[in-house]
Design a protein around this ligand. Structure first.
Ligand SMILES: [Zn+2]
Ligand SMILES: [Zn+2]
Length: 324
């Protein structure tokens, strides 16, 4: 575990042109990567937490809204696009023209607010980029509507500055049930529907790479099926809610009763996160999407203590730009 910075290059060797192109094309052609990459070229799978707070308000204690990066053999896989994700990617050393895969867990804004702007900035930086985006229904409309929202700018840049049409920038694949999301030579990505009422289309993702298996819970209440999905994963990144901090959080809400009901019905207490991690038998548990994520008085020991009652493995309290 380490905190990534600009000074510490996240990628020691940039992908060559062939790898860029392979990553940009179809799943089938991604199999070409392994044929052209020597064993020495391969790097272990890495995780960088880009945003570790839950909820739509902006963080003021150094936690950005939800986003997680997995690097597998140099290729970035981005899970969720909370506000600030573009800047966080750059802070983590990822030039945006390398972006190839985006996964959205569900359509709460703390997970998708910067999805469109990230696509736009990527297009502005590298117009020939091709991105595959995966997520529950609504993602196609979100994509289309964002480009409509910026239509004036895009049309002017195409006419005035010779920009390429962004129409082919992103290929969106929606799914409405759990299962295989995508697979290439480096990783198999599967999904599990989790419990996040009133949203019914909310998913966890599992990344099975050659050297590491990683599960990201997305937003969910206590969900035993998630423990099954995460069985024996190396790393489980799970959302976490610190119950003693909730009353302080909701005291300024316009309707504290409803907000309390929402939080308790659709998120997971630290104790229950411990139960899930223990049932799954994971090696390492990372707490992220922290609620409250803006309260500096909650210590790492407090985040961990409820978890530890049930889970005896390694516990990491997530922080932005932490590498795991
Ligand atoms: Zn959330
Ligand atoms: Zn949510």
């Amino acid at each position: 575990m380490a905190v990534a910075s600009n000074k510490e290059p996240i990628v020691t060797s940039m992908p060559n042109r062939r790898q860029f192109l392979v990553g940009a094309t179809t799943v089938a052609s991604c199999f070409a990567v392994s044929r052209f990459s020597s064993a020495q070229d391969r790097k272990p799978t890495r995780i960088i937490l880009l945003g570790t707070k839950g909820g739509p308000n902006l963080g003021n204690i150094g936690r950005n809204n939800s986003a997680t990066l997995i690097l597998i053999n140099y290729i970035p896989y981005l899970i969720d696009c909370g506000y600030g994700v573009s800047r966080q990617l750059i802070s983590a050393g990822i030039t945006l023209n390398r972006l190839r895969y985006i996964f959205i867990t569900h359509h709460h804004s703390d997970h998708n607010l910067e999805y469109g702007p990230l696509l736009y900035i990527t297009w502005a930086a590298a117009q020939q980029t091709s991105i595959n985006a995966y997520g529950p229904p609504g993602l196609k409309k979100l994509t289309k509507d964002f480009f409509e929202y910026e239509r004036f700018d895009i049309e002017i840049r195409i006419a005035d500055e010779g920009y390429a049409d962004p129409g082919k920038l992103v290929a969106v694949q929606e799914f409405d049930q759990a299962g295989l999301v995508m697979q290439n030579a480096d990783v198999k990505v599967t999904s599990c529907r989790v419990r996040h009422p009133p949203i019914t289309q909310s998913y966890a993702y599992r990344f099975d790479a050659k050297d590491r298996s990683i599960v990201i819970s997305g937003d969910t209440a206590y969900a035993p099926e998630l423990a099954e999905f995460a069985k024996r994963a190396d790393v489980l990144i799970h959302e976490a809610m610190y119950l003693p901090g909730i009353e302080r959080l909701i005291s300024s809400a316009p309707d504290a009763t409803r907000l309390r009901q929402h939080l308790l019905a659709s998120h997971t207490s630290t104790e229950d996160v411990g139960r899930i991690a223990a049932q799954a038998g994971v090696k390492t548990l990372v707490l992220s999407h922290l609620v409250p994520g803006n309260d500096p008085s909650i210590t790492d020991a407090q985040w961990s203590e409820g978890v530890r009652k049930h889970f005896k493995g390694k516990i990491i309290v997530g922080k932005d730009l932490m590498e795991i």
